[in-house]
Design a protein around this ligand. Sequence first.
Ligand code: PMV
Length: 338
Amino acid sequence: MTVARAPGKIILFGEHAVVYGQPALAVPVTQVQAAATILPAPARRAPSAPLQGDFAQDGGEGELWIEALNVGRRYQLSHAAPDDVLAAAVRLTCAHIGAPVPAGVVLSIDSTIPIASGLGSGAAVCAVVVRALTEYLGCPISNSQISNLVFQTEQILHGAPSGIDNTVIAYGQPVYFVKGQPPVPFTVAQPFRLLIGDTGLASPTKIAVGDVRAGWQKEPERYEQIFRAIGDISQQARAVIEAPQTLQVSETLRVLGDLMNRNHALLQQLDVSSAELDALVSAARDAGALGAKLSGGGRGGNMLALVTDDTEQAVRAALERAGAKEVIGTIVRPQGQV
Ligand code: PMV
């Protein structure tokens, strides 16, 4: 049996502007995860949850079966829809390593990462497919190669993604990302605590990205000014996160929170926020968060709040009262610290 896992991710700063060449910062979120398991089909027991396809009826011998447990689907690779990203990940991976698609196996994928909400679920499920398959076939590949393969699946889902999701998920570490350039892992000098609040509204990134593009085509100068201001914030945030020893910890967090608030205001100007996101952002700030912003494509999905030990509980409660469907706490830590 082969098992591979990947974390979710959250964009700290720079979403949307990153599509236009500005830097962005993203970190893995290990509290949510995708996992892929490869088992020989005959050894596979029927799962307790009812799934659409039944490989037992077909004997399960001659083909690769994909089982997407969290969406209750099971199907043969040859029956996958043309825009099926899991099937694309399988085919791209086998083509990349020059191996035939393994037959008579079940590729079972499960994920606790909410779908279409800015936590990188699409990239994470594809990353675990790539990782599990290459390990199963005895040809493990580098994080950079995994990232490139996942990027190709992201193009099916999002059209023209920047590449930040596949990068942070494949590397599994904080990344300073500029489109088209090798990712730069950034160091976290002092841990900081975030709450991730989910509006519960699924919001396809492709639509928000397309609307920003339409706005940029209509008013290129105004949009480019906003993109540059966001890129500037990402750079300042990286400097603050990497070098807090020049400042008191509380001062570092205050500066970081202020940068989050400014980034959110710029995302509002790009019209990618929403009443639901703004309500969560305001509730978090009013309850003592040092800063808050939407994260990812926007319109729905998730927002982030920067909290401390002292404010975490009050902010969590305020987010829940303001309508958050789920609140996940995560700590961004220096590399190697658990
Ligand atoms: O919605 P997410 O978390 O997949 O993030 C999208 C980030 C964007 O900058 C809006 C798009 C991109 O491709 O970088």
